[in-house]
Design a protein around this ligand. Structure first.
Ligand SMILES: O=C[C@H](O)COP(=O)(O)O
Length: 228
């Protein structure tokens, strides 16, 4: 399943009941709401569930991590080829909860490109974004660690920083798409982010811990559908 824009990505992280059958049930809810609203949703399940959710849904599925390794020795590492074979269309790199060195970021971007995985590199500032943009990833995810798992989306708190980030991207790597994350909780957060010009946004806690995830997804889906 290929990626369409704009889209909203739901990251399961390791929240309770987001693995195994619970993860599949959440993915099926996301898929159904996407079909009903006309919104493009993307999911990032836990690694052991990538194949299950890619097989059982039509959603684009991301791996939450990937390793800069080649086939051969490398016990316990995440081989890019194996993620593609499992059905992943992309991989997250340098998440604030799973950091990489700059050297590994560059290698991971190259390895993802080689096996057809969309590379999404998380960065926490314009300066870090500039350093990584030079490697020309498919996407840069601008996310401040302090916003994660709060309700303080940067699209509301600091829209000027998103504008500065987009200006940097235009200057350094105009082909790279920009997305924002961290504390994205409401349909209004999503609407503001797209108004600023990002290609995608997403959330983890606001969906995984919501009392009514379906209602929240539906409100966000309606914002996305309006922008198609
Ligand atoms: O989805 C990944 C990001 O770290 C955002 O997390 P959050 O939506 O829980 O703030």
């Amino acid at each position: 399943m290929s990626l369409s824009y704009p889209h909203f990505q739901i990251n399961f992280k390791i929240y309770p009941e987001t693995w195994g059958e619970g993860g599949l049930a959440l993915a099926e809810t996301i898929e159904r709401v996407g079909q009903e609203t006309g919104a493009n949703f993307v999911v990032t399940p836990q690694i052991p569930d990538v194949r299950l959710i890619a097989r059982e849904t039509d959603l684009p599925v991301f791996a939450p991590a990937v390793d800069p390794v080649e086939p051969g020795r490398g016990m316990g590492t995440l081989l890019p080829e194996a993620l593609t074979a499992a059905g992943a269309v992309g991989a997250i790199i340098n998440h604030a909860e799973n950091r990489d060195t700059l050297a590994d970021i560059e290698t991971k971007i190259d390895r993802c490109e080689g096996v057809g995985l969309e590379s999404v590199v998380c960065v926490d500032s314009v300066e870090m974004g500039r350093a990584v943009a030079a490697f020309e990833p498919d996407q840069l995810l601008f996310e401040r660690p302090g916003d994660i798992a709060t309700d303080r989306a940067i699209s509301r708190s600091h829209p000027d920083r998103i504008e500065a980030f987009l200006e940097m991207r235009d200057a350094v790597a105009p082909e790279t798409k920009v997305r924002v994350g961290g504390g994205v909780s409401t349909a209004e957060d999503v609407r503001l982010a797209f108004e600023l010009g990002v290609a995608a946004t997403g959330a983890a806690s606001a969906i995984a811990t919501a009392k009514d995830p379906e209602g929240r997804l539906r409100a966000i889906g309606e914002v996305l559908a309006d922008r198609d």
